[in-house]
Design a protein around this ligand. Structure first.
Ligand code: KMH
Ligand code: ZN
Length: 269
């Protein structure tokens, strides 16, 4: 569950959680309806994206105190964040952190992820026992992941989990065909590699349904989608999680328990 992101403005999306209190409340609500992981981007007092280390540590502590969710910090941040700030996120010692597998056009911007930076993030996470979620915005980034694992070894915990972020303008489309191509390419990664998928904007539902059908896990949240249905803004992150859980139950793949999710991802309790 990705409740906030770095792209939407609070003034445009009033329901977006931007304070620590709002983040913890939305996390609790989402856990109650089936979420297992919270992917965290923080905002400052002016609701602007921030990678402030003090705030990140505070958020990790609060989410651990108030929920049983796996706490995953974003090292992607906003497209303007420097590499040093993105690496420093790991000092907050989350359970997991995101690790994007390549540079991608991101709307009018560029989300820059040099090979050297990827290696640095991966290696620091190995050293600190932080489990990565490898973020994949395009098919070729799965080949980059294979190269990374071949050259620099398995992540902390030994399990490989990727998140397909589909439908970003500049990345792969949020289509069944693109998801199927990624699912096929996962066979070149270590046995047991798991995946989740999310579709940006209007690709949210097609990607959700395709991922369930292909054996994948789900990511939803207001980082990726702020429209619930045509002309209907998302009311809360829990509304999106509840819908995803409903589809998952219908597909006979109900939400995992927190303990099962930790075991699958190789996260020490
Ligand atoms: N905000 C995007 C530029 C991540 O969290 O690791 C990057 C992003 C990916 O959201
Ligand atoms: Zn993110």
């Amino acid at each position: 569950m990705a409740p906030t992101g770095a792209e939407s403005r609070k003034s445009d999306v009033p329901a977006l959680p931007v304070t620590l209190e709002e983040l913890v409340a939305t996390a609790r609500d989402c856990e109650a309806v089936g979420a297992g992981v919270v992917h965290v981007h923080l905002r400052d007092d002016a609701a602007q994206p921030t990678l402030d280390l003090g705030r990140l540590k505070e958020a990790v502590a609060a989410l651990r105190a108030e929920t049983g969710l796996i706490v995953q910090l974003s090292t992607g941040g906003a497209v303007t964040d420097p590499e040093a700030d993105r690496l420093r996120v790991l000092d907050a010692q989350p359970d997991m952190a995101s690790c994007t597998m390549g540079t991608v056009n991101f709307g009018d911007d560029v989300f820059l992820n040099r090979w050297g930076f990827i290696v640095e993030l991966h290696t620091r996470m190995q050293e600190r026992g932080i489990v990565p979620e490898y973020e994949i915005f395009d098919l070729g980034q799965l080949t980059t992941l294979r190269r990374l694992l071949d050259k620099h070894g398995l992540p902390a915990g030994g399990h490989v989990h990727v998140d397909l972020v589909m439908g970003v303008p500049g990345g792969m489309p949020g289509t069944v065909a693109a998801l199927a191509a990624c699912e096929a390419a996962l066979r070149d990664l270590p046995e047991g590699t798991t995946f989740s998928a999310t579709g940006i904007g209007r690709t949210s539902l097609p990607v959700l349904l395709a991922s369930l059908a292909a054996g994948g896990h789900l990511r939803v949240g207001m980082e990726d989608t702020v429209t619930y249905a045509k002309g209907q803004p998302v009311e809360s992150n829990a509304q999106l999680v509840a819908r995803a859980s409903g589809f998952a139950r219908l597909a006979q793949r109900p939400p995992m328990t927190a303990a099962d999710a930790r075991a699958m991802l190789g996260i020490a309790n």
